[in-house]
Write a protein that binds this ligand. Structure first.
Ligand code: 5AD
Ligand code: SF4
Length: 447
């Protein structure tokens, strides 16, 4: 029988990318195959994000474009899943009455059944209930053949309720997968040629809290450090308050654990951190970063910052800049605060106006550019171990890969290098990447 065509568009974070792969894997069994052309699709799924207002706006305009396809092909089904679907539920039908299905973040495993119900009953469906267990957590998201680096979801949800954040509201409570199951999945990935895994969760280092007296995140890292063939382990995202000494020590002890941590600080002012409900002070954050450098000299530390959280005064903002100057992050993702429905920050006093938010963001990003560039320039003249991911998109005949510290490196090389780790002498530094030459000795070894 001819297969039905499935087009999935994913917005937002890596967790959504994983979920989309799971959806594709599930629907394969219901006779669907993936297409990259929405015009050929029998089913379009839009996997959405609602972390910031901008993300939501982009999704609404994309849905409008899919509506035009439905007008041309009345048999086309359109489903919307992910965080925005969870938050809006059947309210999405008011804004987009042409949708067939709205499914929440805990409903992924039910997709085949929900699509069938829509086809048989003809009625629109919105399912956004939460389950005690996220049933899709165990569905393996199989990476395409030839992939050398992939993500493995180890936990989902969040119990922290940071005042600005919609995640606990749209992803539900924290839940960790059992350790042996994760080890088995990573062993299978290694057998399929995967060299690097990034452990994924909204708050990876609180892994294990829902497993009773069982293993914690550091135990998981140690266990995965023993999986043969996995050369590099990374993880994202971690919370400063759950960064234990035991985990910090892993950086010196587990050979495959890369020397990089993404540790969102969000703000450098204690007053703002308290209002954000982050559970740490700027001082404890500084101490933890210092401990990381002691355990692992030269570790890359990257972070997230929000500007313009309600009540952020000029001196609070200056405290954030001071913390940045002190720590000198290797990279930083920065955002203007945007109010999210249902979060504790809604209605807080001290709204910061858009022009101030915009100006603060510009100042902060200029400072970070200086730091990123200086840090990248300091790599020039060093030899870095680079895991080669594929051809570079820089227009030259380059290959691209990453250092253990997570910097992108482009260098002249051949396709056979994909999946190999090679030594590259860094010769040039830019804001977003490095450029270099593979070491001569290495060339001889590879050929
Ligand atoms: N407004 C702005 N930025 C936000 N983030 C999360 N929620 C919001 C919000 N309401 C940022 C945080 C988080 C990153 C993934 O997105 O910095 O670490
Ligand atoms: Fe959101 Fe805070 Fe949970 Fe991260 S830790 S997902 S910022 S509530």
């Amino acid at each position: 029988m001819e297969k039905k065509q499935l087009y999935i568009q994913t917005f937002g974070c890596q967790m959504n990318v994983q979920d989309s792969e799971k959806m594709a894997a599930l629907l394969q069994d219901s006779g669907y195959e993936a297409t990259d052309d929405p015009k050929r699709a029998d089913l379009i799924l839009v996997n959405t994000c609602s972390i910031r207002e901008k993300a939501a706006q982009k999704i609404y305009s994309q849905l409008g474009r899919f509506r035009a396809l439905k007008e041309q092909n009345p048999h086309l089904l359109i489903g919307v899943g992910g965080c925005l679907a969870q938050q809006q539920g059947n309210r999405l039908f008011r804004r987009a009455p042409y949708l067939d299905l709205v499914f929440g973040t805990h409903q992924i495993h039910r997709l085949p059944e929900l699509i069938e119900a829509r086809e048989q009953t003809g009625g629109r469906i919105a399912e956004t209930g939460f389950y005690e267990r996220v049933c899709s957590l165990d569905i393996p998201a199989l990476p395409p053949a030839g992939t050398i680096s992939t993500f493995v979801t180890i936990m989902q949800g969040c119990n922290n309720f940071c005042a600005y954040c919609v995640v606990p509201h749209v992803r539900g409570r924290e839940e960790s997968r059992p350790l042996p199951e994760i080890v088995r999945e990573v062993e299978n990935l290694a057998a399929r040629g995967i060299r690097q895994v990034t452990l994924l969760g909204q708050n990876v280092n609180s892994y294990g809290k829902t497993l009773g007296d069982g293993p914690d995140f550091a135990d998981l890292v140690h266990a995965l450090g023993k999986v043969a063939g996995i050369e590099r382990i990374r993880f994202t995202t971690s919370h400063p308050k759950d960064l234990s000494t035991k985990l910090i020590d892993c950086f010196g002890k587990v050979a495959s654990l890369c020397e990089h941590i993404h540790l969102p600080v969000q703000a450098g002012s204690d007053r703002v951190l308290k209002r954000m409900n982050r559970g740490y002070t700027a001082e404890t954050y500084r101490e933890k970063v210092a401990a990381l450098h002691r355990a692992c000299p030269g570790i890359s530390v990257t972070s997230d910052v929000i500007v313009g959280f309600p009540g952020e005064e000029e001196d609070d903002f200056q405290a954030t800049l001071a913390l940045m100057r002190e720590i000198r992050f290797d990279n930083l993702f920065s955002f203007q605060y945007s109010e999210r429905e249902g979060t504790a920050a809604v209605g807080m006093d001290g709204t910061v106006c858009d022009s101030v938010k915009c100006e603060r963001l510009r100042i902060l990003q200029d400072l970070q550019e200086e730091h990123t560039l200086a840090k990248n320039r300091a790599c020039v003249g060093r030899v870095e171990r680079v895991l080669v991911e594929g051809p570079s998109k820089n227009g030259r005949e380059d290959m691209t890969g990453r250092t253990r510290g997570n910097r992108i490196v482009n260098f002249p090389g051949e396709r056979e290098l994909v999946g190999k780790t090679v030594s590259v002498l860094i010769t040039e530094a830019f804001l977003h990447s490095l450029r270099g030459e593979m070491e001569e000795k290495e060339r001889e070894d590879v050929h």
